[in-house]
Write a new protein. Structure first.
Lengths: 288, 306
């Protein structure tokens, strides 16, 4: 009898904890969402101007990489069909479909799935409490994601992402990045916040946000094909790049908008309001 | 009602089971080698000094680089957890002891079809180097070859061995499992550190890039530079073509930058201070291997200047 008195509450507590640990009755993110491009439009839709490094807390290693970056690298066979990675894909034109995978036995959400029309990329956000894989597991463009609900905010952590770019101007993203996302729904609007840490190329977390709108009618642009072909006669194994100090386009953005290059290339320091004073000083120095 | 004797026997049995369980658990904890199924017939063993690739099928077991001598018992246990079939073949991608130290243990645990220990295959430069280092004969790859490539059929698929003449050393090989579509690169490609270009063992930066390009000629991605042919590096994670491309680009960029500095008559010290690999140092400089920025730039400079 005494044993039963002890075991009973333990079982109840276990059941409660088990129930509390799963995703239940959260706001639904299911549907087809399309980008709203009023924010950072020039960066996200037509694409950034060559030499635009603003707003990214890039470190010295990233600067060196960006200096060497030659956009014609995309003509190299092995680079032609390289898609944006998870940290970059939401920064371009994108529609994505969101759905749930439920355990047929109890209807608990095992995972959220996402399919992006951009590059036909699939993401799985595991909600079942599993660990991220060991470091020796393969990396993918979309990485490995786990999620949890914080109230009505879906928070997703992604690792195992392939190396790519934070911006097409050549700001590199390393394969050791970690991305934390927050999905916040307000009616038919979805706010998406990304916070990226990267021990190799960022001095500080890189924070971005973008808005999506629920589509009443699904768009049909869900396919993307890419066949790599030799488009320009070149040595098959040549990879275009600039030697240090020889990139003729590095100051294009600064020149176009009349900004000091130091400010454009300034990384984290140049992202904060107090840096405006330094920008004014630099502009005055340029004018003299 | 049980007798005192049977009660004691029961308690002793429980103690025995408990002790055996603790012993098995301790043994399991001691094995530091992890196993990952890569694709098809091929598995990766991690934690053995270098990466170990294991191909398993009806014909038996083939091991590419059994890892270090210190971990060879754990590697053998990991192989046995996958299959109790005969270990028939071992292939060495170089003479490095972290890749070949386990040759003896794994070979002796195996058997060719005619009853000898499992045959160890490598390029003849690997055999010559191991013999010159006075390594035990039982570790030598006596099934050596001198051709540019070799192939045979095992476990229902063709196995290709391609010699890369001057990369990490002069004895490197790529091993490609055609049916499984898995390429094993040895230290020609790693994800954990800069290339170790062993100039004194016949390595060169130009040959290293050629070797990486040869690997890229074999790999085919499934879709948008992902999946398809999987690549087991000498150290680090399972990769695919995109990862090899990224590594090839890095070596090529640094080679070109150092060559440019040599053309400007810069000394090795001046080149080191100019930080020609700054964009990759955080990612690939690794004192644990060791393969530091200084060592890499030194090797690239010497390879180009001498």
């Amino acid at each position: 009898m005494r044993v039963q008195r002890i075991i009973g509450p333990i079982i109840c507590a276990g059941l409660f904890l088990s129930w509390a640990g799963t995703a239940t009755a959260q706001i639904s993110l299911v549907g087809e969402w399309t980008g709203q491009y009023h924010e950072d439009r020039d960066d996200r839709v037509p694409g950034d101007v060559q030499g635009d490094f603003t707003g990214v807390p890039m470190n010295d290693a990233a600067r060196r990489y960006a200096e060497a970056f030659d956009v014609t690298r995309v003509a190299v066979l092995e680079h032609q069909c390289q898609p944006y990675n998870a940290a970059h894909i939401y920064r371009g034109p994108i529609q994505f479909r969101f759905w749930e995978d439920k355990d047929p036995a109890n209807q608990e959400i095992i995972a959220y799935r996402q399919y992006s029309g951009t590059y036909m990329q699939y993401r799985t956000i595991w909600m079942d409490g599993r660990e991220h894989p060991p470091e020796y597991a393969p990396h993918t463009h979309m990485g490995f994601s786990t999620g949890r609900w914080d109230g009505d905010i879906l928070t997703v952590t992604t690792t195992h992402v392939k190396k790519e770019f934070y911006r097409r101007s050549g700001i590199p993203a390393s394969d050791r990045m970690t991305m934390v996302e927050h999905y916040i729904r307000h009616g038919d609007l979805l706010s998406h916040v990304m916070i990226i840490t990267d021990p190799d190329y960022l001095d500080e977390p890189y924070v971005n946000s973008q808005e999506f709108v629920l589509m009443d009618r699904g768009n049909q642009n869900w396919l993307y094909n890419c066949e790599y072909v030799m488009e320009v006669p070149m040595d098959k194994n040549d990879v275009p790049h600039y030697l240090p100090g020889e990139n003729p386009f590095i100051e294009d953005y600064a020149d176009k908008f009349g900004l000091p290059f130091e400010a454009v290339f300034g990384g984290a320091e140049a992202m904060y309001p107090e840096y405006m004073q330094r920008v004014e000083e630099l502009i005055n120095e340029q004018a003299q | 009602m049980s007798s005192p004797l049977s009660s004691m026997t029961s308690r002793l049995s429980m103690l025995f089971v408990l002790a055996a369980t603790v012993s098995l658990a301790a043994e399991a904890q001691q094995n530091t080698v992890d196993t990952l199924h890569v694709q098809g017939n091929v598995y990766l063993l991690v934690g053995a000094g270098s990466n170990v690739a294991v191909q398993i099928g009806d014909d038996g077991i083939l091991v590419v680089d059994p890892g270090s001598r210190e971990t060879s018992d754990d590697v053998l246990a990991a192989i046995r957890a996958l299959s109790d079939g005969p270990i028939r073949w071992i292939i060495n991608t170089s003479a490095d002891s972290d890749h070949t130290g386990g040759n003896e243990t794994i070979s002796q645990a195996g058997m060719t079809v005619n009853g000898n220990p499992a045959a160890i295959v490598a390029h003849e430069n690997v055999l010559a180097r191991m013999a010159a280092e006075d390594r035990p004969v039982t570790e030598w790859p006596l099934n050596s070859f001198f051709e540019s490539n070799r192939d045979f059929y095992f476990n229902g698929e063709a196995v290709f061995i391609y010699h890369i003449p001057s990369a990490h050393t002069d004895g490197d090989v790529l091993v490609y499992f055609r049916g499984s579509d898995v390429l094993v690169t040895g230290d020609l490609f790693v994800t954990t550190h800069y290339p170790v270009i062993d100039l004194d063992s016949g390595g060169s930066v130009g040959g290293f890039i050629e070797g990486l390009n040869a690997a890229l000629d074999i790999t085919v991605p499934a879709y948008l530079q992902e999946g398809g042919t999987y690549v087991i590096p000498g150290h680090g994670r399972v990769s695919d073509e995109a990862d090899v491309v990224s590594y090839r680009d890095m070596v090529l960029f640094v080679r070109d930058r150092v060559q440019h500095m040599i053309d400007q008559n810069m000394s090795l010290g001046q080149v080191q201070r100019a930080e020609p690999s700054l964009d990759y140092d955080s990612r690939y400089s690794n004192e644990d291997v060791p393969s530091t920025t200084e060592m890499f730039i030194n090797a690239v400079y010497r390879s180009l200047a001498e």
